[in-house]
Design a protein around this ligand. Structure first.
Ligand code: GLU
Length: 364
């Protein structure tokens, strides 16, 4: 039974005036219902709460203050979900509303719990309709856009594919609105390289809110979990059907096998780093080449204020080379950095031998 996570950007769900694109949503629900009857399963990630709430509140424009945005989302989310609920019901399907924050997903227990609930909803044949819980999120922990949330949900559930529906036909070689020679990129094999080359970034700023860079970053998260991503039009109703049928539509990001275990994927993508441990060249080599644990002796600097159990970046010469769960609080680690194990034991008899244990470390 295949599972597809489908994310719809605000521009696909809501008209410019803030009213819901009811026909578009209905068409999408019909497409999904047909395939659901054929045994496929779906999770929808829908933006649009803020845009819908702004209209409901009669505000002239999208507010800029966080509290106003959060208030607008609280007003809009109910109306947004009702639309999904009604349209899926009209197709004989049951929708289930799930609101998540990055904070939830960064906590291992909450992450596992959310995964269990979502898996159960899918098993029961419902279609979860997810959005970020805007009302309780803060700027620094927000996903920012739902592309990343959708990728994390796909990763969390081990989905078979991720589809990002947007207001363009996919990813173009240049901005199609200013460059008539711009062509649709059909396939991207190496997201990381595309991002590094800035091929993708070049088309970013002009293409909508999340932009193509955010889609490529989401595709990169999914790819690291072995999940392919397609970016396609959410405005042409037939596009989704074509994507789901495996036809040439939009831009496909190809994925190889999963790179890490589920725990390490979570650590890499869902848990936010609270600080940085700077290591020397010898420690970097040991981590990257021999996949060892990081010992205090290899640590040359500690930035940030973190507790044992928090995630930290591990950097060498300013370049992040790994991410892990620290065995030490930042203050304790500063006390023993550069010290050999015997000396560490004298200074802090209760402390673990490893600053970061290899089982709790992802090397990038
Ligand atoms: N959670 C926001 C909303 O529903 C959207 C975030 C995004 O733009 O992806 O309005």
């Amino acid at each position: 039974m295949s599972l597809t996570v489908i994310k719809l950007g605000s521009s696909v769900v809501v008209h410019d005036d803030g009213s819901l694109r009811a026909e578009g949503i209905a068409a999408l629900c019909a497409t999904l219902a047909g395939r659901h009857r054929g045994g496929e399963r779906f999770v929808v990630v829908s933006s649009g709460a803020i845009a819908r709430g702004v209209r409901e509140l009669g505000l002239a424009a999208r507010p800029t203050g966080t509290d106003a945005l959060q208030a607008a989302s609280a007003v809009g989310q109910g109306r947004l979900f009702r639309q999904w609920d009604d349209r899926f019901a009209a197709e004989g399907l049951t929708a289930a509303q799930v609101l998540l924050t990055r904070y939830d997903l960064g906590d291992r227990e909450a992450f596992v719990n959310a995964r269990r609930t979502l898996a159960k909803l899918v098993e029961l044949g419902t279609v979860p309709v997810i959005n970020e819980n805007d009302t309780t999120t803060t700027e620094e922990i927000s996903f920012g856009d739902n592309d990343l949330l959708a990728a994390q949900v796909a990763m969390m559930l081990g989905a078979d594919r991720l589809v990002l529906l947007t207001s363009t036909d996919g990813l173009f070689s240049a901005d199609p609105r200013v460059d008539p020679a711009a062509t649709l990129v059909r396939e991207i094999h190496d997201v990381e390289r595309a991002l590094a080359d800035n091929d993708v970034g070049a088309t970013t700023s002009t293409l909508g809110t999340g932009g193509m860079r955010s889609k490529a970053l989401a595709a990169d998260v999914a790819a690291s979990a072995g999940i392919p991503t397609v970016v396609a039009s959410g405005l042409r109703p037939e596009a989704l059907g074509r994507v789901l049928a495996g036809e040439d539509e939009g831009t496909a990001f190809v994925a190889g096998p999963a790179r890490w275990s589920s725990f390490k994927l979570w650590l890499r993508h869902a848990k936010q780093a609270r600080g940085t441990i700077e290591v020397d060249e010898g420690a970097r080599r040991a981590l990257q080449r021999d996949a060892t644990s990081l010992l205090p002796v290899g640590v040359v600097g500690v930035t940030g204020d973190f507790r044992a159990g928090d995630a930290v970046d591990v950097a060498c010469g300013g370049v992040v080379v790994a991410k892990g769960i620290s065995g030490y609080a930042s203050g304790a680690l500063r006390l023993v950095q550069g010290e050999r194990t015997e000396r560490v034991r004298e200074l802090l008899p209760q402390a673990p031998e490893e600053a970061v244990h290899r089982d709790r470390l992802v090397v990038l």
